[in-house]
Ligand binder design. Structure first.
Ligand code: ZN
Length: 147
């Protein structure tokens, strides 16, 4: 499938039916993200079990790209440990910002995000959820280190 078609189909699908939309209560590990350029706001809720993301949800209001990206992210990171999530975060960052970064097959549907590169103003829409997840996980780590 052409990357452009993949981009369109995946973004439309995940914006129309966002996966893991909602909240986790009580919220032990969560963070809020805001992208003032576009007005996207979202909250990412994470439930950790040991070093693994046992459950993740998000809610908020944003454009199609921010919603679809958050939905894709929750599917990709659920069940993963922190190191894997950090590595994925780095790969998504390259994919969104480096024009010549080639998405490899292991990224699955996340590869569709490379389509956002054609719209530089929207890169922050797509990366917002990843920054927010990162903040949530770091805050979780900070809690652990004070014990
Ligand atoms: Zn946006």
């Amino acid at each position: 499938m052409e990357l452009k078609e993949l981009y369109r189909d995946v973004i439309l699908d995940h914006n129309r039916r966002p996966r893991n939309f909602g909240r986790i209560e009580p919220c032990e590990t969560c963070a809020e993200g805001h992208n003032p350029l576009c007005g996207d706001r979202l909250t990412v809720y994470v439930r950790m079990k040991d070093d693994r993301i046992e459950d993740i949800r998000f809610e908020g209001k944003g454009c199609a790209i921010s919603t679809a990206s958050a939905s894709l992210m929750t599917e990709a990171v659920k069940g993963q440990d922190k190191a894997t999530v950090n590595a994925l975060y780095g790969r998504i960052h390259s994919l969104l910002t480096q024009q010549d970064a080639v998405p490899d097959a292991s990224l699955g549907k996340l590869a569709a995000l490379s389509g956002v590169r054609e719209f530089p103003a929207r890169v922050k829409c797509a990366s917002l959820c990843w920054h927010t997840l990162n903040a949530a996980l770091e805050r979780g780590e900070a809690t652990v280190s004070t014990e």
